[in-house]
Ligand binder design. Structure first.
Ligand code: THU
Length: 146
């Protein structure tokens, strides 16, 4: 599904707002994610780091966890993710987050648009890509008969 300019900007703004709550004292790389569902709901997440560095939770994964916890099983139409490091290229979801996003997408049979946003890009520097392009030939629920 393509978003119009207003919907895109609203989703990106939600990701920026989520990034403001990031707990990223170790990487100093705050990330925010916003998931748009087919009923118009937006569920956000931020990265949550840990003194045991390897335990960091990514923003997209936190958002997907919140979505599942609120009972969602599909209906994911778009994702915005923003990394706040100055002067860096638009963030793209890490490999684990692609797989985590794929679970909720596959359950509803959608191929969400992923808006990858750089700090300087509020309304500007945005890379638009589908989840299936980020994660081709994905392993998912269907592989297990679900
Ligand atoms: N991070 C995310 O939140 N999402 C991604 O897709 C890539 C990386 C976070 C994890 C860690 O807190 C920080 O960015 C630096 O890797």
């Amino acid at each position: 599904m393509n978003l119009d300019e207003t919907q895109e900007q609203a989703l990106i703004a939600a990701a920026f707002a989520a990034a403001a709550n990031a707990y990223a004292p170790y990487s100093d790389y705050p990330v925010g994610a916003a998931l748009l569902f087919d009923d118009g709901a937006v569920i956000t997440g931020c990265n949550v780091e840990n003194a045991s560095y390897g335990l960091a939770l990514c923003a997209e994964t936190v958002a997907v966890g919140k979505a599942f916890a609120e009972g969602r099983r599909g209906g994911l139409v778009a994702v915005a993710v923003v990394g706040l490091k100055a002067d860096s290229a638009p963030i793209t979801p890490c490999g684990r987050c692609r797989q985590v996003l794929n679970e909720v997408a596959a359950l509803g049979g959608t191929d969400p648009l992923v808006l990858c946003v750089a700090r300087k890009g509020e309304g500007g520097d945005v890379r638009r890509v589908t989840l299936s392009a980020l994660l081709p030939h994905a392993f998912g629920p269907a592989n297990l008969g679900h």
